[in-house]
Structure formats: C-alpha cells, structure tokens
Design a protein around this ligand. Sequence first.
Ligand SMILES: Cc1cc2nc3c(=O)[nH]c(=O)nc-3n(C[C@H](O)[C@H](O)[C@H](O)COP(=O)(O)O)c2cc1C
Length: 197
Amino acid sequence: MEFSDVVRRRRMVRRYLPEGVPDHVLRRVVEAGRRGPSAGFSQGQSFVVVTDPGVRREIAALAGEDAYVAKGFQPWVSEAPAHVVVCTSEQDYRDRYRAPDKLGPRTELDWPVPFWYVDAGCSLMLLLLAAVDEGLAAGFLALKSYEGLRELLGIPAHVQPIGIVTIGRPAPDRRSGSLDRGRRPAAEVVHHDHWGA
Ligand SMILES: Cc1cc2nc3c(=O)[nH]c(=O)nc-3n(C[C@H](O)[C@H](O)[C@H](O)COP(=O)(O)O)c2cc1C
C-alpha cells in the first residue's frame, strides 16, 4: 500500500470481526514496532502480544469494557483478536546515557523531555500503520491505572506499559465523540520560521 494511503486510512478502530490475525502477520506488525527510532538507540520499548481469549477478556475488564458497553458502544477490547501492550523502560534510557559514548557514568541528564515516552509513541505509531498496511485495523487505548495489567501479564516494576493496541479485521464501529472536535486547521498548528507566522 502507498505510504500516503496507509497514513490517510489509519484511524482508531474500536470493533473487530472475530477471525484471528495469522501469527506471521502479527509478527510483521510487531516487527514494525521494533523498528522505531530511539534516543541513543536505547531501545527501551517492549511489547506483550496477547491473543489468548481469556487474557483478552481480563484486559477488557481492566479497561472497564462493561461500563463502555453500557454507554452504547460495542465490545471493543475483549473481541479484538490481538492485543499488543506497548511498554517502555525509563531505566534503559538512564543506563544508556551513562555509557562512555554518551554522557559517561557521572553525568545525569536533566531529561527536559522523557525520551522513553517519545520513543514508545514512535513504536506505537509504527504498529498502527503496519496494521493498516497489512489490510487490518488497529486501535489504541490507555488505562487509568496499570497495576492490574502489570499483575495480569507479569510486567516487571521497572517497565511501564503505556497502553494497549488492539488489532484485527475492522467491523463497523460507532465513532468516538472526540472526533466531533474536528482536526485543527494547519494554519493553527503549523508555523513557518516563527511561531504564529
Ligand atoms: C495517547 C493516546 C491515548 C488514547 N486513549 C484512548 C482511549 O483510552 N480510548 C479511546 O477510545 N481512544 C483513545 N485514543 C484515541 C484517540 O481518541 C484518537 O486518536 C483521536 O480521537 C483521533 O482519532 P483517530 O486516531 O481515529 O484519527 C488515544 C490516543 C492516544 C494517542
């Protein structure tokens, strides 16, 4: 698929057909996530791929799917045939930047921007786009708390899940109310040579 089509077609899909995603396809999507850039090539991102229906139901419960359905939406998380929990490790970045070819062991960066989240966002975007490129669809949801998910999946304390990517064949879904806001016009968000110009 043309890159511009992949970008244009990508949207958060919140309902899927029951058919599973073939293993080799899912592997390619996850591989795309692994190809993301990372500050200092720290590569602090990790991925928990979940296809087991029971575990997916438990993740859906942690995501509050019952309350979501009670609001008139279709079940999203429990019925998505594959989940990828995207994780990041702040410690990996702190360790990497103390390496001799970076700042050295005695320097602690002020971290004006937490690169571990920047890079997790890059990986997340690659997963979303790769799913579209495979003729699938993907959605992303964040949880209010990650303690339950951490316990369920055995994610270690130094690893922070940033959210869950759902992947599958798209089914017609109810659009998110957030979309009523519309996309902000370029004139408002793109500046040339100077802010406001
Ligand atoms: C960091 C982040 C967190 C999000 N969390 C949720 C979420 O918890 N539930 C949800 O339905 N959508 C979530 N979204 C999806 C946004 O609502 C969606 O990207 C936005 O409305 C624009 O729609 P589009 O991505 O389909 O173009 C999240 C998106 C991002 C980037």
